[in-house]
Design a protein around this ligand. Structure first.
Ligand code: NI
Length: 338
C-alpha cells in the first residue's frame, strides 16, 4: 500500500512539475488573426514588454496591409532562462506573386526587460514588380540607374521614363527622402525600383561597422516610411565596397559597369554617345537623377536604345529576367547573359 501511494505521489509530482516546466519554457498561447486576406499566428509569452512589442508590430503591419494584398505571418522562437528570441516571418503576396519577405527578430532579455529588434529582408523572393509590363525576354536588356536623388530634377527623369513606359532604378539618399516624399511616391506609382544609396552619401569603406549599419538602416527606414516597402538593393556611395562593407550590410550590393560620367561633363550629347557606343546586353548604366544634362540625355538615349532593340529595365527586372537571385553581401556590376 505504502509503496503504491509513493508511486502515485511520484507521478503526480512529475505531472505538476512538467506543467510548471512547460509554461516556464514555452509560449503561453498563440494569438491568431484570420481574415479574408490575412493569416497571422504569433506568440503570447506573458512577458509584458515583449508581448506589447509583438502586438505593436502586428498592428502596424496590419494597418499597412491593403485589401488586395495577402499577408501571412508565423513564428519561430528560442528560449532559455535569461532570453527569449522570437522571429516573426512576414510574407506579402500580390496577385499570386510573393512580393515581400521579412524576418523580424525580437531579442528579449527577461531580467533587464529589454528588447532589441532586427529585420532582415529576403531580396531574392520571386518578385513581379512589372504590373502589366510587356517585356520581350528575347531582346537585349539594359538597366538604367540614377543615383543621388531625389531632387528637383528627379521628377523630370521619371516623366521621361513614363513617356517611354520603361522602368529604372533610383538609388536615393536617405537624407532627401522625407523632404521629397512626393517624388518618392511618384517613383513608386510609376513602377520604379527604389534603392538605397546611404543616408549622407558617406564613403562606407572609411567608417566603422556601426556607422555603416546606421547609414544603411536609416535610409531603408526612410524609404519604408514613405512607400511601405523596403529597398532590395544597396548602391554604396562612390561604388566603394570592401570586405567590411560586404559583411556588414544585409543587402545585395549593386554597382555598375557603364559610367556615363554625367556628373563630370554635364553634356547630354556626350552622355548619349557614351551609352550608345558602349552598351551591351545585361549592362547596368550609371547616371544621376539630379542634373539637367542627364534629364536631356535620358530622353535621347532611351529612343536610341529602343531603336537598337533593347528592353530598358530596372535592376530588379534585369535580375528577374536574367535569372539572378541577388544575395546579401554580394556585389553585382552587370547581369551576365548566360
Ligand atoms: Ni552617389
Amino acid at each position: 500500500m505504502k509503496r503504491e501511494l509513493l508511486t502515485y505521489i511520484g507521478i503526480l509530482v512529475l505531472i505538476i512539475g512538467s506543467i510548471f516546466y512547460t509554461t516556464k519554457n514555452n509560449v503561453v498561447k498563440d494569438i491568431i488573426i484570420e481574415e479574408e486576406n490575412v493569416d497571422i499566428i504569433y506568440p503570447y509569452f506573458n512577458e509584458e514588454a515583449l508581448d506589447m512589442a509583438l502586438e505593436e508590430y502586428i498592428q502596424e503591419t496590419l494597418s499597412k496591409c491593403e485589401k488586395k494584398d495577402k499577408l501571412f505571418i508565423d513564428y519561430d522562437y528560442t528560449m532559455d532562462k535569461e532570453n527569449i528570441e522570437v522571429s516573426l516571418y512576414q510574407t506579402m503576396i500580390q496577385e499570386s506573386n510573393i512580393v515581400r519577405e521579412y524576418e523580424e527578430v525580437f531579442s528579449y532579455d527577461k531580467l533587464g526587460k529589454n528588447i532589441t529588434t532586427t529585420r532582415s529582408v529576403n531580396a531574392s523572393v520571386e518578385y513581379d514588380p512589372f504590373h502589366n509590363r510587356n517585356i520581350d525576354t528575347t531582346k537585349k536588356m539594359v538597366a538604367l540607374t540614377f543615383d543621388d536623388g531625389p531632387n528637383y530634377n528627379t521628377k523630370k527623369v521619371i516623366d521621361i521614363l513614363n513617356k517611354y513606359q520603361v522602368h529604372a532604378t533610383f538609388f536615393v539618399l536617405g537624407e532627401n527622402v522625407s523632404y521629397y516624399k512626393n517624388i518618392i511616391k511618384y517613383m513608386q506609382e510609376s513602377g520604379m525600383d527604389i534603392g538605397n544609396h546611404t543616408y549622407h552619401h558617406k564613403e562606407l569603406t572609411k567608417y566603422k561597422k556601426e556607422v555603416i549599419v546606421e547609414e544603411v538602416t536609416k535610409t531603408n527606414d526612410a524609404i519604408y516610411e514613405v512607400t511601405g516597402s523596403y529597398p532590395h538593393f544597396l548602391r554604396p556611395s562612390y561604388g566603394s565596397v570592401n570586405k567590411k562593407v560586404k559583411e556588414t550590410v544585409n543587402m545585395p550590393i549593386v554597382i555598375w559597369n557603364l559610367d556615363t560620367l554625367d556628373w563630370k561633363y554635364h553634356n547630354s550629347t556626350y552622355i548619349v554617345k557614351k551609352i550608345i557606343n558602349n552598351v551591351d546586353d545585361g549592362d547596368i548604366i550609371l547616371m544621376h537623377s539630379i542634373y539637367s544634362a542627364t534629364v536631356n540625355a535620358v530622353d535621347k538615349a532611351i529612343e536610341k536604345l529602343q531603336d537598337l532593340d533593347y528592353e530598358i529595365v530596372s535592376v530588379e527586372e534585369l535580375f528577374y529576367y536574367k535569372g539572378i537571385s541577388a544575395e546579401n553581401g554580394k556585389v553585382y556590376s552587370r547581369a551576365k547573359s548566360s
